[in-house]
Design a protein around this ligand. Sequence first.
Ligand code: ADP
Length: 530
Amino acid sequence: MEQKTTQVLLIEDNPGDADLVRLRLIESKSPVSVNCVSRLSEGLAALTRETPSVVLLDLNLPDSHGAETFRRVMEHAPNVPVVVLSGQDDEALAIKAVHQGVQDYLIKGNISSKHLERSIRYAVERQALLRALEMTQKQQLDFKNQFLSHVSHELRTPLTCIHQYVTLLLDGLAGPVAPDQADHLKTVLKSVNQLHAMIRDLLEATRAESGKMRIEPRCIALGELIQQTVAMMRPMADEKKVGLEIGVDQRLPLVHADPDRVLEVLINLVDNGIKFTPADGAVLVQACVVEADPSSVYISVTDTGCGISPESKALIFERLYQDVNAVDNNRSGLGLGLFICREIVRLHEGRIWVSGEPGQGSTFTFTLPAYSLAKLLAPVVTKNDHLRTSFVLVRVELTPLFVPPRGNWKETWRQGLEILRRCVYLDKDLVLPPMVTAGGAGTFFVVCSTDMTQSGIMTARIREQLERVAELKAKYSLTIMAAPIEFSSATSGQTLEQQVQALASHVTGMITSSMDRKQLRPEKPIQNSN
Ligand code: ADP
């Protein structure tokens, strides 16, 4: 059988050493082809173009030294086995290299052709085994996630049925229910709701673990979201005789976040706060800005409950973690709530942490990015470190033909937003977070890095696409307007960041004056019906 040729990339700057290695390779019995380069940068470029069977690597090159050399090669081509050929017999470095994934560490002066051939063969075999193992692990993880997701979905159907029938009985629709029977039914309903919550957590955690959790950030007023959370959790707090208070900084900026997801985090934290706090205790939800970090908003949920041990603090956000000492008589969770919170906050590029001592209550704090038009605009209005030259502001207004708006207007909005995003060039146009005005009318703004002629082509496309949606056409009237953003970018002495900031202020000015300020407000968080 014909033997496969081993493709060797030799990164070696010393011509004598390179010739010696080449000679040893040619002396070996198996077919081999060698590509030799003398600098790390050339080696990395070669690895971009092709995938050799193995890299033979000298550590001291003109453009890199020591451990940094193998680190960079492995970072660049994690699937290619690396064998170090070193001039120094440095045991500590050799161990470090092997710990970090180098397959072998050979001393140049001591290599025989047999030795080198065997080292390369083993390196290739081991790397292939490692890859196969990783693939199997990934497949197992995918299988587990698919299985969990499937089972959770299937469990929901009979649960929904139980829920409906118990509610029907409780409402007396199947005949009168005696008070003690009603109590039993309420217990069943409570357990069904707990099971529903557990299944929802399982689905969410599986989604997060397989990277399928998505967020849809908008420009939102956090104060309203906190009030909504507290209103939803008030019955649970009252039942347990736990106080529930709000402390929101009046000057709180808008945040750029997914309202449904943030609501999920808030509910989880407040639910835990109430759960782990005894009667007559209190839970306080606060939001503020910290002077040292003005680009974030800090949201915290503080309780006067059992607190958290130092050991638990390190593990509390891990999947399935439950503190055996924490008092939750109902055992109503799966230990997934905080894991889901962490994943949601991470998707918003925020942080979440816990503070407090055992027996002294705890405070869970998370951050969300403050809404900054300049930050959103920066990637689309600049090119090669310069501000682009012409900009247009497009305004798309959907006014409901019926008051109150008919149908699922939240879904209609999502559809509208999606269509707009499909019609623009994402690298140079920005669809701003939607604004909702009183009466359910909605206005979308798009900042386009283009001139009026080009924007005309875009607005025609937007109109055509929106009018194609029968649901929108039947229930909304559509107005599209465009105006040049007359902004001089030639202001001398300004950094690029300052220019983008000035453009953002100008756009904000145009938006606010184009709308009736009294009516304008950021989108109100929508209460989930399920
Ligand atoms: P669960 O849904 O089971 O409560 P979480 O992920 O929300 O899971 O919480 C994990 C664990 O963290 C809980 O079981 C509890 O031990 C601890 N914990 C969470 N919140 C609090 C809190 N406010 N006070 C004390 N312990 C808490």
